[in-house]
Design a protein around this ligand. Sequence first.
Ligand SMILES: Nc1ncnc2c1ncn2[C@@H]1O[C@H](COP(=O)(O)OP(=O)(O)OP(=O)(O)O)[C@@H](O)[C@H]1O
Ligand SMILES: [Mg+2]
Length: 313
Amino acid sequence: MSALICGSFAFDTIMVFQDKFKNHILPDKVHILNVAFHVPEMRREFGGCAANIAFNLKLLGGDPLPMGTVGKDFAPYASWMEQHGIPLDHVKVIEDAYTAQAFITTDQDDNQITAFHPGAMDFAHQVKVGDASGVTLGIVSPDGRQGMIEHAAQFVEAGIPFMFDPGQAMPLFDGDDFRRFIDQATWVCVNDYESQVLQDRTGWALKDIASHVEALIVTLGGEGSRIYTNGTCIEIPGARVNAVNDPTGCGDAYRGGLLYGLMNGLDWETTGRIAALMGAIKVERHGTQNHAFTLDTFRQRYRDSFGAELTAL
Ligand SMILES: Nc1ncnc2c1ncn2[C@@H]1O[C@H](COP(=O)(O)OP(=O)(O)OP(=O)(O)O)[C@@H](O)[C@H]1O
Ligand SMILES: [Mg+2]
């Protein structure tokens, strides 16, 4: 049985400018801005929320089934997914579009200038939850607006419990949209900032949101996470990290852990700790799909971080 992971696939192109933007952007000339940054250092990473979450769930030995739309340039990404044993049956190629992609230029002050091209992601509504079989639970993660709305409704119609994960798609929705998603979802997972936006837009406090779902999970970066369930709040500590190199994708790694726990009927304390360790392992590596581990090392790190045995993996 699989977890149906609806969301984006994207290429992330990261370029490092060996200088400071402020030396090249002149405040009195911004009305005729025309700058070219020479960027000898460049990486191209596989990203996108659905793919990242699927990658992480697979690392744990779970059974992810990603669903989304990609473009004519998807071939190298498809082979990467296939190498990792992730099925692409519900990933549809939109022939006249590019796969979603972000072009990120960073400078030596850690400032970033990003251009995001949604491309095929905006056709996400062309794939349907009802087309997948053998699905026990799902997640609606950041994707095209129409796709997210339709996938949530399709999960409800199919009687499949799902997690609502608005992430960077938060600006696409208003209070009515969010209240509807929360009513439809069985679980909601957001980071600290997103939890604030969600409260502002819905007019619901955390405890009100939590009362509409089985669990509301709020991640707090290096500070750990909180799981609001059954009228209580379970504090999940952060796991030990060897180095903090790149926080991007920790949220997706954490969600991969959550889905693993839910698929296997684990309690929230264990599920949250597996998720936290996934985030910690991810933060040590650049990119969102460059980390790896054996299940033995995972159990060892779980023991080192939380002083308990992980027998469920
Ligand atoms: N520096 C860190 N040390 C230990 N654990 C971390 C660290 N950063 C992240 N994590 C783990 O990963 C989880 C998710 O991270 P975070 O709250 O930063 O997600 P996010 O803001 O959605 O990230 P992104 O959207 O960039 O992927 C945290 O709750 C924590 O368990
Ligand atoms: Mg996030």
